[in-house]
Write a protein that binds this ligand. Structure first.
Ligand code: NAD
Length: 390
């Protein structure tokens, strides 16, 4: 159980690029990072609008002279200080991730970047090489995988409690973009333009969360081939999709089905996962993250609750609130940030043995997400054809 006791030597000097006043995801980063005394927010280039960014920064407690106009100024000015920033989170639109990550790594800074990490696997590989060369960590904020019951599912699969995994069924849908884009805000504008979003809209925006979570639960299973069918129901979003279905064949013979959509009108279900084995199934949704449905063939269904002593140690270790009291997305993000802090701390201490056994979403996870997107696009562009997973 996590109780806020500091688990690294000293707090990391932390800065943010993006995630300003109007940003959708910035507060999730700050909620996650500032929970356990592992990060201290000392600087930022929070906004494309420098003035608004400075005003916002000072109102969340950052000194005015450390609220910078852009990331280049942040890197340059912080490099000149003895107490300069050590790790930077990037919460900006997709097209900026690669450029800002590279600049931070080149300046000797650890990075925590949003997903989808970059546009291409080639970019991911290049940045992975750079991070390795510099001895730096790149964390990726797959913010839903800090929920303790996600790790309960992984532990149950590992123990064989479900039997052989046969079916993977995942859905992340909402209806917020069911209407057209007339008068759309900034966040939707950049998401529906290939120049700023990359080669996908909903596949990268929400599908990568599904894919990464399935990798956490089923690390032993690899996709052999997939078929992706995507469509823009609002034609102005083409060639990007606001809806997609992906079928997957895994190397153990399992079959997968994934549905992402932002035009599922009226739907507030968000994410749903069902992993079906030869003996039993588990089902979890981020709308009810404290509950896990466990169904054994021929037995009454069970609902497992977070924090209860009957859960596996892998789940209990990440619990924060204790059974009976609600855990939520902020707790999940706090776990992600804590795991990344521990990775950065170990890197600083040169503790490679710790890093080998330590779970956190890093550059490999970010790369696999981008690889999955590349395969989805290749399949969709070939007329929704089956393609070997490359
Ligand atoms: P947004 O458009 O709502 O906000 C972007 C923020 O970045 C704004 O504050 C904007 O002013 C700022 N910004 C843009 N370019 C900048 C630059 N060059 N330098 C400094 N600041 C800049 O976008 P969002 O929805 O917050 O998404 C940002 C990123 O986070 C995207 O990559 C998105 O995919 C990802 N995201 C992840 C999650 C998650 O659960 N992990 C959730 C939402 C968004």
């Amino acid at each position: 159980m996590i109780n806020g006791e500091r688990s690294i030597e000293r707090p990391l000097r932390w800065g943010m690029v993006g995630g300003g006043r109007t940003g959708q995801v910035g507060y999730k980063h700050r909620t996650g990072a500032q929970r356990d005394g592992t990060y201290r927010l000392i600087c930022g280039a929070f906004d494309l609008d420098a003035e608004r960014g400075r005003d916002f920064g000072t109102k969340i407690g950052v000194a005015a002279d450390r609220c910078y106009g852009d990331y280049k100024e942040l890197i340059a000015k912080e490099a000149g200080r003895e107490d300069g920033v050590e790790v930077v989170s990037i919460a900006t639109p997709n097209f900026t991730h690669y450029e800002i990550t590279k600049a931070c790594l080149e300046a000797g800074l650890h990075v925590i970047c949003e997903k989808p990490l970059f546009f291409t696997v080639a970019e991911c590989d290049e940045v992975a090489r750079l991070a390795k060369e510099k001895g730096l960590i790149v964390g990726v904020t797959y913010g839903f995988t800090g929920h303790p019951l996600v790790h309960q599912m992984a532990a149950m699969v590992k123990k064989g409690m479900l039997g052989d995994i046969r079916i993977v069924d995942m859905q992340y849908t909402h209806g917020f973009n069911a209407g057209d884009d007339v008068g759309a805000g900034e966040a939707l504008k950049w998401r529906t333009n290939p120049k700023t979003a990359g080669p996908t809209f909903v596949l990268g925006d929400i599908g990568t969360h599904l894919y990464y979570l399935s990798e956490v639960v089923l690390p032993q299973m690899k996709i052999e081939k997939l078929l992706c069918d995507r469509k823009a129901f609002i034609p102005t979003r083409a060639p990007l999709e606001d809806h997609a279905t992906v079928l997957m064949h895994y190397d153990n013979g399992a079959r997968g089905r994934l549905w992402v959509s932002s035009v599922n009108a009226g739907n507030m279900g968000s994410q749903r996962y069902r992993f079906v084995g030869s003996k039993a199934s588990v089902e979890w949704s981020d709308s009810h993250p404290d509950q896990l449905i466990y169904e054994v063939q021929g037995e009454p269904n069970r609902t497992l609750h977070h924090g209860m002593p009957y859960l596996e140690e892998e789940s209990l270790a990440y619990d924060r609130m204790g059974a009976l009291h609600t855990e939520g997305l902020g707790d999940s993000w706090a776990n992600i940030y804590l795991w990344i802090a521990k990775a950065i701390d170990a890197k600083r201490r040169g503790d490679e043995a710790f890093l080998k056994g330590h779970h956190y979403p890093g550059i490999e996870a970010g790369t696999e997400g981008v690889r999955w997107l590349e395969n989805c696009v290749r399949s969709a562009d070939a007329g929704s054809a089956w393609v070997e997973f490359e």
